[in-house]
Design a protein around this ligand. Structure first.
Ligand code: SF4
Length: 233
């Protein structure tokens, strides 16, 4: 198995009835600007190389972003901000992420999310997060040999990914540290031959955070640069 095969299986998943309805309903109604689009309207797999050293963990695909284009952080403002920052740091082949055939490549970096289907109001329920969790467990298991850093974008990603890391080969501090922008943890490996993993907290690249200046491009670049250097990128 590899991450591509995992993504193909994932894209058939219909385990969350509310999210299946929403991803399909969004594709029927569309946004006027995208009325000519044939929306993806399925689970959106992680994106990036199978041997990524750095993993960015968001929240869930956006209804008219990843749910439309079929690729994470693609076709919406959050993706624009994130991919521009990665390109500045030499971690993406181009500064934009508009559609799945645009040729974007990530270098050593992969995107994923704890919930793979677009939720109403960008708010998955705890039950939906738990239902989707086995997909994240499997993705992390496949990435574990090369993975050196994780950047959790927002508190939801932080809270969702830490327990999975704790069961997937790394030791978590107790009590579990709370999310903060700029937070950094170093998790020792629990398995023989494993490598330590650094986990960074970063405000999510939501439109609200970037428009209000809560997360500036410089703040985002700082976290990504630190994490990339630690990952040997
Ligand atoms: Fe399946 Fe995850 Fe989508 Fe739920 S959110 S339907 S578990 S892919």
């Amino acid at each position: 198995a590899d991450v591509r095969a995992l993504g193909r299986s994932l894209s058939e998943c219909r385990a969350c009835p509310r999210l299946v309805d929403w991803r399909e309903e969004t594709a029927r109604v569309k946004r006027p600007a995208f009325r000519d689009w044939d929306y993806w309207a399925r689970p959106v797999p992680g994106f990036g190389p199978a041997d990524a050293r750095m993993l960015l963990v968001g929240l869930a695909p956006a209804a008219h972003g990843g749910n439309r284009t079929g690729r994470m952080f693609t076709g919406d403002r959050a993706g624009d901000v994130l991919v521009a920052a990665l390109h500045d740091l030499g971690l993406a082949s181009q500064p934009t992420s508009t559609h799945s055939g645009d040729g974007l490549q990530l270098y050593g970096v992969r995107f994923t999310s704890p919930v793979h289907c677009a939720p109403p109001a960008n708010k998955p329920t705890p039950a939906e997060r738990d239902t989707c969790r086995p997909w994240l467990v499997r993705e992390l298991e496949l990435l574990r040999p090369t993975l050196r850093t994780v950047v959790a974008l927002g508190a939801f990603g932080w809270q969702a990914v830490l327990p999975v890391l704790g069961e997937g080969g790394w030791s978590l501090p107790r009590p579990r540290p709370a999310f903060a922008h700029g937070a950094r943890l170093e998790l020792p490996p629990t398995r023989r031959g494993g490598a330590p993993l650094a986990v960074h907290g970063c405000y999510h690249v939501t439109q609200r955070n970037t428009f209000t200046g809560r997360l500036t491009p410089a703040m985002l670049r700082d976290v990504l640069r630190t994490a990339a250097l630690e990952a040997g990128l």
